[in-house]
Design a protein around this ligand. Structure first.
Ligand SMILES: Cc1cc2nc3c(=O)[nH]c(=O)nc-3n(C[C@H](O)[C@H](O)[C@H](O)COP(=O)(O)OP(=O)(O)OC[C@H]3O[C@@H](n4cnc5c(N)ncnc54)[C@H](O)[C@@H]3O)c2cc1C
Length: 418
């Protein structure tokens, strides 16, 4: 059997894998990027693409690792946008419209104002707008709005477009895109990883990066028995307006959000459901999204329904992504579990992994310890990795089970904050 040899093989061509391949190829590494379906075939073509790290954070802990990673993600976007537009000569997919965090009752207004003072120490450009000014700036918002936090630098991205652009820029820089191609298992040389076995051929590489999204549990030592990363279904709705466009991303806390896109459509999101790997849009999901429209921007009830769809967020059992070297397995790297914030943090994760593989320091002064892959036990060393979708088909209850205590606590914390 013919063997191919690379410096790095990246498994998974979502936003995380494509960003990793791009940064490595740009630095002159020989890279293979493989995906069993294609580029941006899963969450990275389904997400709403909000670049709003503050939406996922609260003011209670300004050192929250996700907040820090999200803010580094925003900084990284500035460099990435300029880089991609000058190198590839193409629009990077960013929509530079500000974000509003509206309050619809006095309690919400009080909570937002309380958080604002603390968050301004990190982002001084944030400010409070009284109801009149909010209505003036965003006439489509519900007249019941009591005020809003205005965040001028949190825009949104066409995540599928950016992912495909990163794949293209990787190839322009010499990476080889192999898709459709599945990684079936890891190849080992003693304790060291030396590549992956695919259905076509073995691919040898000094480093293997797993960026396998919601399917990553298959690579954990417990395999499909421990949903170390589980799929969290999110349904979205796209509206097409013929009248006045929405001028801001509107993040209305746990209720939902509205995201104005470059083509004039508005994404309405999103549900959060444990349904295994099922991606079917449902009547109940649509009903929830229509409630978001009705309560946040009733003027949009006149808009045409363009489409509905669902995707699978890769959520880790403790709510934090796994970023870094796998324990006791030199050559194996994890870049998975970015959950709700993979659009914000996927590109910076790719950059971090690329820098670490090249022996450089962690960029953006980030403390990576909270994201260390060993925290939930060992990752697979010698066993053949199962295809997680197959595993889920055989034992669906393992992937749609009630959240573990750690997951529930992480989710509660997130809700409290937003
Ligand atoms: C409804 C919804 C709304 C969202 N909104 C936002 C938002 O507003 N802001 C934000 O920051 N984030 C958002 N997200 C989250 C974001 O989209 C994800 O976190 C991100 O896309 C995850 O990227 P990924 O590369 O890790 O995974 P994916 O894009 O899922 O890519 C993983 C890839 O790995 C491949 N793969 C898996 N196993 C193998 C194997 N064995 N061999 C070969 N290939 C394999 C799969 O085919 C897939 O293409 C949203 C997600 C959803 C679903």
């Amino acid at each position: 059997m013919q063997r191919r040899t690379y410096d790095v093989v990246v498994v998974g061509a979502g936003i995380v894998g494509c960003a990793t391949a791009y940064h490595l190829a740009r630095a002159g590494q020989r890279v293979a990027l493989l995906d069993r379906s294609g580029v941006a075939a899963e969450a990275s073509d389904a997400g709403a693409g909000m670049l709003t790290p503050l939406a996922e954070a609260g003011a209670s802990d300004l050192n929250d690792p996700l907040l820090r990673l999200g803010l580094a993600g925003l900084r990284h976007y500035e460099a990435l946008e300029a880089q991609l537009e000058s190198e590839a000569g193409l629009w990077a997919g960013l929509v530079h419209l500000p974000t509003l965090y509206p309050a619809f009752d006095d309690g919400q207004a009080e909570a937002l104002r309380r958080d604002l003072a603390a968050l301004q120490t990190l982002r001084p450009e944030l400010r409070w707008l009284e109801a009149d000014e909010v209505r003036q700036r965003e006439p489509l918002l519900s007249p019941s709005v009591r005020g809003a936090v205005f965040s001028p630098a949190e825009g949104n991205v066409a995540i599928g477009h950016l992912t495909r652009l990163l794949a293209r820029a990787s190839v322009l820089n010499g990476a080889e895109l192999l898709a459709p191609r599945s990684a079936l298992s890891l190849l080992w040389d003693g304790a060291r990883v030396r590549g992956v076995l695919t259905e076509v051929e073995p691919i040898e590489a000094a480093h293997v990066v797993l960026a396998t999204g919601a399917w990553s549990s298959a690579w954990h030592a417990q395999g499909e028995c421990a949903a170390i990363v589980y799929p969290l279904k999110g349904q979205l709705l796209a509206l097409r307006t013929s009248g006045q466009p929405l001028r801001h991303t509107i993040y209305a806390g746990p209720l939902g959000y509205l995201v104005p896109k470059a083509d004039g459509s508005v994404f309405v999101g999103a549900t959060s459901e444990r349904r295994g790997f099922d991606k079917t849009p449902t009547a109940g999901g649509l009903a929830h999204l229509l409630t978001v429209v009705h309560r946040v921007a009733p003027a949009l009830e006149e808009a045409a329904v363009d489409r509905t769809w669902a995707g699978l967020r890769p959520v880790s059992a403790d709510g934090l992504p796994f970023i870094g070297p796998a324990p006791s397995s030199p050559g194996l790297w994890l870049a998975v579990g970015h959950g709700r914030i993979g659009a914000i943090t996927g590109p910076v994760t790719g950059f971090i992994i690329a820098e670490l593989i090249q022996g450089r320091p962690v960029p953006y002064d980030l403390d990576l310890r909270p994201f260390a892959p060993e925290r939930l036990g060992p990752w697979r060393r010698r066993l053949t990795a199962l295809n997680a979708a197959e595993a889920a088909q055989r034992q669906p209850e393992l992937f749609s089970q009630a959240p573990t205590q750690a997951e529930a606590a992480a989710e509660d914390q997130r809700r409290e904050r937003s």
